[in-house]
Design a protein around this ligand. Structure first.
Ligand SMILES: CC(C)(COP(=O)(O)OP(=O)(O)OC[C@H]1O[C@@H](n2cnc3c(N)ncnc32)[C@H](O)[C@@H]1OP(=O)(O)O)[C@@H](O)C(=O)NCCC(=O)NCCSC(=O)C[C@H](O)C(=O)O
Ligand SMILES: [Mg+2]
Length: 280
């Protein structure tokens, strides 16, 4: 399986040429070209043409290109899906997914184009396992603003009220080999707050975080990349395990902790991700 980073996933309003242009120069791993919430109703139809032209012009090489359409039960959804099917993109992102049937409805228009799902409704999160098992689904994006609205929960720095939902997203994603990226941090000028939330997202197991502003990119890339310490430890674990294997044993000890085959697999994944990032 190809290992590629999804540390930083930047939303760009599909209607804003200046932002579409700027994104070409930003060191993000993926871009969500947005036709949904970042675009006003008046600008939605024109945004399709603006986005198509930007993608045809190119310049986004090395970044995964994901287009978020409007939900299929809105007046724009079906036309968005038809338009996206003809655009140069890697995946289509469907908002407010409630069930695997929503993915089928989209695929009836976009064919075999890979689909990412916004996980941001209570129904969708309850059905996350089914959605993740859909053969076209390659990624989950946590929509923490819509989720907070639906849950009627309070915004807390520790995100305790939505912890169950975040973990259900991750459980389903990991069970089915789907990428999972965390929700946005709304206070885009608060770098320290972003760093803390990225750390929490990484601790939970997310592959990366969605972003709303270029100022958030560096903090996020650093937070979701393996650290120097993790890389050094991974190397030592692999070496120690290979050493004990030569003597016919199955358990090594590094820094007072056991290292078994499963830890070696994690260590190999860390090194593969570090190497994928280094080759960007
Ligand atoms: C938040 C913003 C409205 C701020 O915009 P602005 O005041 O223009 O910012 P700056 O002046 O600081 O911008 C500096 C330069 O950076 C470019 N820029 C800004 N944002 C982006 C971006 N997202 N991508 C690329 N480039 C960007 C500006 O054009 C300036 O460039 P230049 O003039 O050439 O120097 C704005 O950042 C913004 O609109 N952000 C995106 C908001 C968005 O996408 N919202 C929807 C996604 S969030 C969501 O829906 C979550 C989910 O569904 C949920 O439920 O949680
Ligand atoms: Mg949303």
């Amino acid at each position: 399986m190809e290992i590629r980073p999804y540390r930083s996933v930047l939303y760009i309003p599909g209607s804003k040429e200046r932002a579409l242009d700027k994104a070409r120069t930003l060191p993000v791993d993926a871009i969500i070209f947005d036709l949904e919430d970042a675009v006003t109703p008046e600008a939605k139809v024109e945004a399709r043409a603006t986005l198509k032209a930007a993608l045809e012009q190119g310049g986004y090489e090395g970044k995964a290109r994901i287009i978020r359409i409007n939900a299929l039960d809105t007046e724009w959804g079906h036309d968005d899906a038809r338009a996206v099917a003809g655009m140069q993109a890697d995946a289509v992102l469907l908002p407010k997914v409630n069930s695997a049937q929503d993915i089928d409805a989209l695929a009836a228009i976009t064919g075999d184009m890979p689909v990412w799902a916004m996980m941001e409704t209570c129904q969708g999160i309850w059905n996350a396992m089914d959605v993740a098992s859909h053969p076209l689904v390659g990624g989950f994006v946590a929509g923490t603003n819509d989720l907070a609205k639906e849950l009627n929960c309070r915004a807390r720095a520790d995100r305790l009220p939505m912890m169950t939902s975040l973990q259900m997203i991750l459980l389903a994603a990991r069970a089915h080999g789907v990428i999972a990226v965390d929700g946005v941090y709304n206070q885009f000028k608060d770098e320290e707050g972003l760093r803390v939330e990225c750390g929490q997202g990484r601790d939970l197991g997310f592959d990366g975080k969605t972003l709303i502003h270029p100022a958030q990119v560096d903090v996020t890339n650093a937070a979701f990349a393996p650290s120097e310490e993790e890389i050094a430890l991974a190397r030592r674990q692999i070496e120690a395990f290979e050493e004990v294997e030569r003597t016919g044993q199955g358990v090594a000890v590094v820094d007072g902790k056991i290292v078994e085959n499963l830890h070696v697999e994690t260590a190999q994944k860390i090194l593969a991700m570090a190497s994928a990032i280094a080759s960007l």
